[in-house]
Design a protein around this ligand. Structure first.
Ligand SMILES: *[C@@H]1O[C@H](CO)[C@@H](O)[C@H](O)[C@H]1NC(C)=O
Length: 329
């Protein structure tokens, strides 16, 4: 028992230590204006260095006390957090709602280092964590996407409170390769939000309330929209046909009642567990006109949890390296 108490005390003390810089950082931030962020970028060489190098760099400049603050604590809320802590958290929220600004999207106007300013005048890379060209805005209670530095290649905003993705959120982000907005409350996405991103390869929009999958560029390699409310009408006709490099298509736990054909030959994994797919066609995967056609890549098809009897269409799998997983009885 004594051990347990000691452990708890140590844990709380650790938590307090971890949490406090966040609060004091805010106080510091409020007294600084934008000009304090003018750091000598050439001497910093942020590219491909980790956060600790970056902080040491800042530490050399005595005026840049702000740089000695550790990166934001990204741990998810612990179920054991005491009421007191929760209270504190709420006060903090009221003082400083972390709302991002809608203008200046991707304008990068306050310099490469800290990224563009958010609504509160805080540069995105202080609100979020920027490592090289990756930007991590996980678990920050965000209700909109902050302006992202133009050179960003990987963007993460998991475990936030986003409800909608706008076309302007990622406009002109010509380097963006991966967007991950797992576990938000997104129920709508502007039709053009992703379609004009020339380098986009991976979209992870798992665990949201999306019913319409917007148009995606043909450069996609991975699409994960599992645990949403996508139904048959929510996917464009032949949406995936021209994605010649598509490898992974994950649509588990949605409301689809058909397999979104045609699927590109590149596809390796198709996950459609727990949808409402009731029928399978003989030409869903294979080509009935050409019996020499082999779909080598597609070795992982999951159809379990759908009301479909795979035994009814034995010809549908002749071109596949493996029979799909699902009910065969
Ligand atoms: C599934 O299809 C096979 C082949 O047509 C049939 O023999 C079997 O009874 C079907 N099973 C169910 C549960 O409908």
């Amino acid at each position: 028992m004594e051990k347990l108490v000691r452990f708890l005390l140590a844990f709380l003390a650790l938590k307090a230590t971890l949490a406090s810089p966040r609060f004091s950082r805010q106080a510091e931030l409020d007294t600084y204006d934008d000009t304090n962020y003018d750091v000598d970028i050439e001497n910093l060489e942020l590219e491909n260095q980790d956060m600790y190098d970056y902080e040491e760099g800042l530490g050399e400049n005595p005026e840049m006390e702000i740089g000695t603050v550790p990166p934001p604590d990204h741990s998810y809320p612990s179920p054991g957090a005491s009421l007191e802590e929760e209270e504190e958290e709420r006060e903090y929220e009221e003082e400083m709602p972390l709302r991002a600004k809608h203008v200046q999207q991707g304008s990068g106007d306050s310099g490469v280092l800290m990224g563009p300013n958010t609504q509160k005048g805080m540069p995105t890379c202080l609100l979020c964590t920027c490592l090289g060209t990756s930007v991590y805005c996980d678990d920050l209670k965000l209700d909109s996407i902050p302006p992202i530095p133009k050179e960003t290649t990987h963007f993460y905003a998991r475990y936030n409170r986003l409800t909608k993705l706008h076309k302007s959120d990622f406009a002109f982000m010509s380097k963006l390769k991966r967007i991950d907005v797992t576990a938000n409350d997104i129920s709508s996405v502007d039709e053009g939000a992703f379609s004009t991103l020339p380098a986009l390869e991976e979209l992870v929009i798992r665990e949201n309330h999306v019913s319409q999958l917007p148009a995606l560029p043909v450069t996609m390699t991975l699409i994960d929209a599992s645990h949403n409310e996508v139904d048959t009408r929510g996917i464009h006709k032949e949406a995936f046909k021209d994605m010649a490099g598509l490898l992974y298509l994950y649509l588990t736990d949605n409301h689809l009642d058909y397999i979104p054909v045609p699927l590109p030959d590149s596809l390796r994994s198709l996950h459609l567990q727990r949808n409402n797919i009731q029928s399978m066609h003989e030409d869903t995967f294979c080509n009935l006109q050409d019996f020499n056609y082999i779909r080598n890549a597609l070795e992982d098809i999951r159809l379990d949890g759908n009301p479909v009897n795979l035994s009814r269409t034995p010809q549908a799998y002749v071109c596949l390296p493996r029979i799909p997983i699902g009910a065969l009885v």
